[in-house]
Write a protein that binds this ligand. Structure first.
Ligand code: DSN
Length: 418
């Protein structure tokens, strides 16, 4: 057998062992980072397939390379499925991930120096919505809106006032750490008042949007971006949806504006994920994602945790640990040792720094994908409380970790091939 035909376990045992260990970790722990999930075996097969060998600059039927007859069909299949799912007029599935998708929006609609608006990172926005350390905060004049002090919800009065004052060319509506539904129509109204392009970034919630668990911005916003691996449960990738009138600007911005050849194997994974997202099973999963988050928020609230906004409408819960005298970082690390993997996060108006903030961000997509329901979420809330009540107690962490592994064994994670 030639070297190129050897399986990974023989060709590179060290790397194969690392993958086995990650497999074990994902099988035996509670993955509660809201942006993570378990892609199905079929998605992973497509995303790791021979299609990755190909270079395909351009778009289907308009490529700069020969030998594209199959790749064209793959990309067309992905596009047609995503179009049907979201009811979008035009879809581009080539962005390498969410940040490149958002950069393409800037390139399509803005010039360097233009004014743009987005939710501040500290209120739950994304780096690419104009944060100072991101290229989007350096190359554009970035105006941030935030949440209200009283209820930590997006302050649409502030959005309107800032929009009228600064007249942004582009306005972002989208979040990464915000537990409430977004009012697309209200954003549209404000964008219309000031003549701004409205971009909706639904990276976190696209799976919920497909299933009708969150209202869709498609047909309301001028352009909609998303990653494909969060609640949507596909491979690591990105996509952009827009009306036909913006199709050419978006396509040119993605290629040749920003990227070279698309990652064709990822495109195939997106096609599979879109097929899966069209099933009744996916609808049930998305409904349960939201239900599980509500159960978690209520259970932690009853145990004395401060739940940002008092609850959740989506897949995540933002917990302020201040009443428990634990910092976000200490809490997240203690939970990690107990097999409960979340991430420390700032809370609105956080007096602490982002590297050791006051909050924890916890999500339910991956747990729901492995079949957790109300009963399991109540158990998870109890474990979280046990660990955070004694964050330095390694015996508690070890006990919880073993109990977590037992529960995980009863609900095998989908898509993990041993
Ligand atoms: N890194 C993603 C998240 O965790 O929300 C956003 O890009």
């Amino acid at each position: 057998m030639v070297l190129a035909d050897l399986p990974l376990s023989e060709r590179d045992p060290a790397l194969a062992a690392l993958i086995r260990r990650e497999n074990e970790l994902e099988a035996t722990t509670l993955r509660m980072i809201p942006s993570e999930n378990y892609a199905s075996r079929a998605v992973q097969e497509a995303a790791g397939s021979v299609l990755a060998n190909k270079y395909s600059e351009g778009y289907a039927r308009k490529r700069y390379y020969e030998g594209q007859e199959i790749i064209d069909e793959v990309e067309e299949l992905a596009i047609s499925r995503v179009k049907a799912l979201f009811g979008a007029e035009h879809v581009n599935v080539q962005p390498y991930s969410g940040s490149p998708a958002n950069l393409a929006v800037y390139l399509a609609f803005c010039n360097a120096g233009d004014t743009i608006m987005g939710l501040s990172l500290s209120s739950g926005g994304h780096l690419t919505h104009g944060h100072g350390v991101s290229i989007t905060g350096k190359y554009f004049k970035s105006i941030s809106y935030g949440v209200r002090r009283s209820d930590h919800r997006i302050d649409m009065d502030e959005v309107r006032a800032l929009a009228h004052e600064h007249k942004p060319k582009l306005m972002w509506a989208g979040t990464t750490a915000y537990p409430r539904a977004l009012d697309w129509a209200a954003f549209r109204e404000i964008a219309n008042e000031v003549g701004a392009i409205l971009a909706a970034d639904i990276s976190h919630i696209s799976g919920l949007v497909v299933a009708g668990e969150h209202a869709s911005p498609v047909g309301i916003a001028d352009v909609v971006t998303s990653t494909t691996h969060k609640t949507f449960r596909g491979p690591r990738g990105g996509m952009i949806m827009c009306d036909q009138k913006h199709a050419s600007a978006i396509d040119k911005a993605v290629f040749p504006g920003l990227q070279g050849g698309p990652h064709n194997a990822t495109t195939a994974g997106i096609a599979v994920a879109a097929l899966e997202a069209s099933t009744p099973e996916f609808k049930r999963y998305a409904k349960q994602v939201v239900e599980n988050a509500k159960v978690l928020a209520a259970a932690l609230g009853e145990k004395g945790y401060a739940i940002v906004t008092g609850g959740t409408d989506n897949h995540l819960v933002l917990v302020d640990l201040t009443p428990k005298n634990v910092t976000g970082k200490v809490g997240a690390k203690a939970l990690d040792k107990a097999g409960i993997v979340g991430n420390y996060n700032t809370v609105p108006f956080d007096p602490r720094k982002p590297f050791d903030p006051s909050g924890l961000r916890l999500g339910t997509p991956a747990l729901t994908s492995r079949g957790f329901g109300t009963e399991e979420m109540l158990q998870v809330a109890s474990w979280i409380d046990q660990v955070l009540t004694a964050p330095a107690d390694e015996a508690v962490q070890l006990r919880v970790r073993n109990e977590v592994a037992e529960l995980c064994a009863k609900h095998p994670a989908p898509g993990l091939v041993t």
